[in-house]
Design a binder for this molecule. Structure first.
Ligand SMILES: Cc1cc2nc3c(=O)[nH]c(=O)nc-3n(C[C@H](O)[C@H](O)[C@H](O)COP(=O)(O)OP(=O)(O)OC[C@H]3O[C@@H](n4cnc5c(N)ncnc54)[C@H](O)[C@@H]3O)c2cc1C
Length: 486
């Protein structure tokens, strides 16, 4: 059995358990999405920015004109600055980073992404604002309960009917139509029984199971690579490269050791971010890399004061380095035709050497940051070790060759849990599974709306992009419905 891949099996999906960092990525990736053909223009940066703004309700106080240009204030997804400021040691991290010539950035979703600064978060009044809190619960408020609704967890509502503890097994096709693959509903398992749900007239099946499960449901329903489907005794309805491109942000941690009680705080998760361009030969990035318009590395501070176990008493600062523009591509396939079996994922992290060298470059930069005051002075960060296991120190980073760094990275790759790309939005001739309107090729009444459709992974966290895709999809669905009814 491989490593588990964390995601949220709950209303709101992973937005209900993620780290809440609000990042959209860079204009470049969205323009790359749009460069796939004239009809993809709805996905270029200008169009996506309009959607990001429409969704967002940013509560930054005293925002200037430039901030207002890039942000929305009337949407349902609440975004805010860290409410109680940040810990002193995190200010120390910012100052140490600035000492190396990395500029301060007070808005990673503004004009430029590079620099060091404090994240904004999907939080409202000190509480998580998931996509269920923001959009789903709002939708539920707007629909009326049917008169015969029962309070048994299956309460029927007129437009939105949410069922918890329901596991979708596959798509129900119109078996009378022998010529086309027309989706008419889904089969799902709930409370020990297999049930069926059918779409309303002119309705659609919209899959939004995320980048691991949407491709699984498609494949279980006969949409996918012929070989993998047939070897799992699934009738092929439409051969498509489902799961052939699995994109994610690989990451790696580095720890700086300090003397006991020098730090005296716990961080509650990512507070400070550093975005920079890495060097492809594994060298420490230079000044120009700090001002590059397309940074490819994001550094977070997942937590501090980690290493206070009984064997080795010391404080520490840990930095998580995320490769935001990876070249390596993984894939995913069915392990069996059992819908409760997780698909087999092959991540291929760091398969391409330039991914590895860029990670080495950023790890070396982190060591330089740790050596700067006030981390090296006030917080007594003296020893920069490379941890073998939590709390166990095997070598001092100064002695490390690039081969040692390589081993270190490959031995301990971490994840940002930003899986995407497995149901790629692209022309069918270019390995696409859905078209620019997110409709599955070779089918009718079937769309996919989640991170699986990203043709290129945004260079940042993926919750805001997932919400952006969902908002755009809602408009496309309405447009197509209106055409169908006019
Ligand atoms: C630990 C963690 C930390 C993260 N931190 C951040 C962060 O700080 N900022 C950020 O922007 N992003 C973050 N992310 C990533 C981000 O949250 C996800 O990329 C995003 O939420 C994905 O949205 P999605 O709609 O594609 O899929 P998901 O959020 O995974 O939603 C899929 C939904 O489908 C349901 N589902 C799946 N299969 C079935 C089935 N067969 N039947 C019925 N229902 C099914 C699931 O239960 C879930 O509700 C993090 C992710 C994780 C896991």
């Amino acid at each position: 059995m491989g490593n588990p891949y964390v995601r949220g099996k709950v209303w709101g999906g992973s937005s209900s358990l993620n780290t809440m960092v609000y990042i959209r990525g860079q204009a470049k990736e969205y323009n790359d999405w749009a460069a796939q053909g004239p009809e993809y223009k709805i996905w270029d940066w200008d169009h996506c920015l309009e959607v990001f703004k429409a969704i967002e309700n940013n509560s930054r106080k005293n925002s200037d004109e430039n901030f207002r240009k890039f942000h929305g204030f009337d949407g349902l997804l609440h975004v805010q600055d860290s409410q109680n400021g940040i810990y002193d040691v995190m200010s120390g991290l910012i100052d140490a980073t600035k000492n190396l010539g990395i500029p301060y950035n007070d808005d990673f979703n503004g004009e430029r992404q590079y620099g060091v600064g404090i994240y904004q978060f999907t939080i409202k009044d000190g509480k998580r604002c998931s996509l269920a809190d923001s959009y789903l619960k709002d939708a539920l408020k707007k629909v009326e309960l049917c008169p015969d609704s029962k309070n048994d967890g299956f309460g029927k509502v007129a437009a939105v009917d949410v069922r918890s503890f329901a596991h979708v097994l596959d798509i129900i096709w119109d078996e009378e139509n022998k010529k086309e693959n027309v989706a008419i509903g889904v089969r799902y398992f709930c409370n020990g029984v297999v049930r069926e749900a059918f779409i309303a007239p002119k309705g659609e099946v919209i899959l939004c199971g995320g980048a691991i499960n949407s491709p699984q449901i498609l494949m279980l329903s006969g949409i996918g690579p012929k070989e993998n489907l047939e070897s799992n005794n699934i009738k092929v309805r439409k051969e498509l490269p489902v799961g052939k491109s699995l994109l994610d942000h690989p990451s790696c941690c580095i720890v700086a050791k300090s003397t006991p009680n020098a730090i005296n705080h716990w961080s509650n998760g990512a507070e400070v971010g550093i975005f920079h361009k890495a060097n492809v030969e594994g060298k420490i990035p230079c000044k120009d890399d700090f001002f590059d318009e397309n940074p490819d590395i994001q550094i977070c501070d997942p937590s501090i004061k980690l290493y206070n176990n009984k064997h080795d008493k010391f404080d520490g600062i840990i930095l998580l380095i995320i490769l935001n523009v990876p070249s390596s591509v993984g894939h995913l396939e069915l392990k069996s035709n059992n819908p409760f079996d997780q698909p087999k994922m092959c991540s291929n992290y760091f398969e391409k050497s330039n991914d590895l060298y860029r990670m080495i470059s950023s790890l070396k930069l982190c060591r330089e940051i740790f050596k700067q005051p006030p981390l090296s002075t006030i917080y007594n960060v003296k020893e920069i070790g490379i941890n073998d296991e939590f709390g166990k120190w095997c070598t001092n980073g100064d002695d490390m060759s690039d081969e040692d760094w390589e081993k270190f990275i490959l031995n301990k790759p971490s994840l940002a849990f930003h899986a995407s790309g497995t149901v790629k939005m692209a022309p069918e001739s270019k390995e696409g599974v859905v078209n620019h309107r997110l409709q599955v090729y070779g089918t009718k009444n079937l769309r996919v709306v989640d991170t699986s459709i990203f043709p290129y992974i945004p260079s940042g966290n993926t919750n805001a992009p997932a919400a952006m895709v969902a908002w755009r999809a809602s408009r496309l669905i309405i447009e197509d419905y209106m055409v169908g009814t006019s």
